[in-house]
Design a protein around this ligand. Structure first.
Ligand SMILES: [Ca+2]
Ligand SMILES: [Ca+2]
Length: 404
């Protein structure tokens, strides 16, 4: 991303404001495991992907005028969250595939050439975050770290930072990112479609001080069913996150959400209230009144499955995109007519989010009701182009703008 240090400084004062009322959650054992070799033979973990074939229908993708989409990297099975190092290495998590990849455009021609498989047999390593030369990966119950990853692509090893997150696989895969406070934000999804958990770490977003000798999750947000995407507003330093609404209440209820955290410890409604105003038929009576919970800043449609989201901070796209949130909607499964399968953009101004527009569509064949791809995450490259991961087609796309 652009000017990471400036961004950090502009956000830190806000971040310091959060956190005083945080309460700590001591659920796990602390781990200081020795670095261990992982199951990746040195000779086999590097592959040239410049000629890899992608099974995609790019001519179906609709974008605003003067935008263009291409395949940046093919042969990235089950590509999920992405994070980028300062020198442009794109790290990619996966879910059922169990792999973590490093993908590199060696000659800078806008198309990736090399893929390193950094790890295999991990447990749904959906989340990746890069900081200070190290790559962090979230499995279901633990956070692991590949130190000095850039210099160890051929011989990657990891250490366990923390392994006390719950082991439930249901909504157990995690999106992770470092906040402006330098802490790693780690959600813990509800272990069900709809349920009330005794353990308050479920349906939360936590944060972890990965530099501490004793990392312990602190809960930052309660009542979050399953967030698989968040970012911080570059203007205010505030955290925004997507949340996936519950299933089995019909085609159009409840909406998935875009939420805004203004104070640590806020409760966002689940499992009692959905989309700010829909009382849960089973659990609604057990919670407080509607006004006890933070309503979403924007309703994103029922079952659309909003996953990765980032504030656009680049210069390549037209100026109206600057500071907009771009959200990847993975698409529905629990709806009679499919919805989602798009990227959308919204304006964010302070606490307000408005003007949602479809930015990219075409992964779903509406007539046949069949999808050939599903967007998962978005990441901006240094030049302001936008990468999109697709876990169904197993590719990473790159969107560029050429209108000026
Ligand atoms: Ca290249
Ligand atoms: Ca909510």
């Amino acid at each position: 991303m652009k000017q990471p240090i400036m961004k950090y400084l502009s956000k830190i004062s806000v971040a310091l404001g959060i956190g005083i009322t945080l309460f700590t959650f001591g659920c796990g054992q602390n781990q200081k495991a020795d670095a261990q070799n992982i199951k990746t033979p040195n000779s086999a973990n590097k592959r040239n992907i410049s000629d890899a074939k992608a099974d995609v229908k790019l001519d179906k993708i609709k974008l605003p005028e003067n935008f263009k989409i291409e395949v940046w990297a093919a042969d990235i099975p089950n590509a999920r969250e992405m994070t980028i190092s300062e020198d442009g290495i794109v790290f990619v998590g996966s879910r059922q595939e169990g792999h973590v990849y490093a993908v590199i455009d060696e000659d800078g021609d806008g198309k990736a050439d090399t893929k390193y498989t950094l790890a295999e047999d991990l447990q749904m390593p959906n989340g990746v975050a890069y900081k200070g030369g190290d790559l962090y990966v979230a499995e279901v119950s633990r956070i692991i770290r590949f130190k000095d990853i850039k210099n160890n692509l051929n011989n990657p090893t990891f250490e366990v930072v923390y392994d006390g997150y719950p082991t439930e696989n249901h909504h157990g895969w995690k999106f992770i990112a470092f906040g402006p406070d330098g802490k790693l934000y780690v959600p813990v999804g509800a272990p069900c479609n709809i349920c009330e958990s005794e353990n308050e770490i479920f349906a939360s977003i936590t944060r972890l001080d990965v530099d501490s000798p004793n990392p312990t999750p602190e809960i930052v947000a309660h009542g979050v069913r399953n967030s698989v995407g968040f970012d911080w507003d570059p203007k205010t330093g505030d955290m925004w996150f997507t949340d996936n609404g519950r299933d089995m209440m019909g085609d159009d209820v409840p909406n998935c959400e875009l939420n805004h955290i203004t104070e640590a410890g806020q409760h966002f409604g689940y499992p009692y209230w959905h989309e700010g105003s829909v009382k849960d038929p089973e659990f609604g009576g057990k919670g407080g009144v509607q006004s006890d919970y933070i309503a979403p800043a924007a309703k994103l449609g029922a079952h659309v499955a909003p996953l990765g989201m980032r504030f656009y901070e680049g210069d390549m796209f037209p100026s109206e995109y600057r500071n907009q949130v771009i959200i990847a909607k993975h698409g529905s499964w629990n709806r009679s007519k499919k919805s989602g399968y798009v990227l959308s953009s919204l304006n964010v101004d302070g606490s307000k989010a408005s003007g949602e527009k479809v930015f990219a569509s075409g992964w779903l064949d509406e007539e046949a009701q069949e999808a050939w791809g599903r967007p998962v995450d978005v990441q901006e490259m240094k030049d302001g182009s936008l990468l999109i991961s697709d876990d169904m087609a197993g590719v990473i796309y790159r969107v560029t703008y050429s209108g000026k």
